[in-house]
Design a protein around this ligand. Structure first.
Ligand code: PYC
Length: 320
């Protein structure tokens, strides 16, 4: 399997450019569901040790249903498919540019949750106009183990987020283990309390916010991703969800710039316009760099053919 690796604001994307699975026919959403159900082993094999690590997000390029799109893409983490992925879309744009498949300009990209538009500005800079984003619930309080009452907003930015204004520890890299632990507890509390996104969807991303370090930024965040790793980037779909909350509070006007800083200090520049469905359409801009081109091998007798790491599947060397 041939992959191109990139990072966007520090967050890795592994794009499968050759040798991916045959997902048959159907809509992109149907093919994505087939990938999630029938190819779980591939997620682990690609994204966990010894070939990857748990912060990696995979991007499977697929034929789009909408032929006006440059490509379809299914994003996935070690835990399952993602709806959309902001850093991943910027990474895919840089990868397609690296491969000579797209030139600077605007390109439509289809994801299982809708079509996004990526404006490739240079080989490494791209702005993604995301799917319509909105706040579902404001000021939801849950009792989280060891943390007490935690209050946040539930919002959609292409994935489901719980956004907490008050971080349980300083937003500094030294506190990443404590922030991760707290975010896992908040996620468990939401699940235990039956608090979900629309249609019962699991809230699988947790964000803590605080003041930025850089004077050029508006806010700093820590984002827990579905597989339990933290986002090195400011999280594109998380920044979209944040903008939806700011817009709903009347705290950010359409077109006004918002600079979101990540826990490692990388930034996205974002703004929004009003969406047709009553939400907002966010645009998130960042930088991605290709860091490697690799051919991955999966020897049939390799006991760790399907990867090491959570979820552990000891002895599962069959490729399924
Ligand atoms: O940038 O949207 C994003 C994202 C989601 C999970 C990891 N990154």
């Amino acid at each position: 399997m041939r992959v191109v690796d990139s990072h966007t604001a520090g967050e890795p994307t592994r794009t499968i450019v050759d040798g991916g699975p045959d997902l048959g026919t159907g809509t992109l959403a149907e093919r994505a569901a087939r990938f999630e159900a029938d190819h779980a082993w591939m997620r682990r094999a690609l994204l966990t040790e010894p070939r990857g690590f748990d912060a990696m997000v995979g991007a499977l390029l697929c034929a789009p249903d909408d032929r006006s799109c440059a490509t379809g893409v299914v994003f996935f983490s070690t835990a399952g498919n993602l709806g959309m992925c902001g850093h991943g879309t910027i990474g895919v744009a840089a990868t397609l540019a690296f491969l000579g498949r797209i030139a600077p300009g605007a390109h439509r990209i289809e994801t299982p949750v809708g079509v996004v538009t990526v404006e490739l500005k240079t080989a490494s800079t791209a702005a993604v106009e995301n799917v319509e984003s909105y706040r579902l619930h404001a000021g939801v309080t849950v009792e989280a183990e060891g943390l007490g009452a935690v209050t946040g907003d539930v919002a959609w930015g292409g994935n489901w987020f719980f956004l907490c204004r008050d971080a349980p520890a300083p937003l500094e890299t030294a506190h990443i283990p404590a922030l991760t632990d707290a975010a896992l507890k908040v996620r468990a509390a939401l699940s235990g309390a039956g608090i979900t996104g629309a249609d019962g969807a699991e809230i699988d991303h947790i964000e803590f916010f605080g003041p930025p370090v850089s004077p050029a930024a508006d806010s700093r965040n820590f984002t827990l991703c579905p597989g339990g790793a933290y986002d090195r980037s400011p999280c594109g779909t998380g920044t979209s969800a944040k903008l939806a909350c700011l817009a709903a509070d009347g705290a950010l006007a359409p077109g006004a710039a918002w600079v979101q800083e990540s826990i490692i200090g990388s930034t996205y520049r974002a703004h929004y316009r009003a969406g047709p469905g009553g939400g907002i359409v966010p645009t998130v801009e960042g930088q991605a760099y290709v860091v490697g081109e690799t051919v991955l091998h999966f020897a049939p007798d390799d006991p760790y053919r399907t990867g090491i790491g959570p979820p552990f599947l000891v002895g599962d060397a069959t490729g399924r």
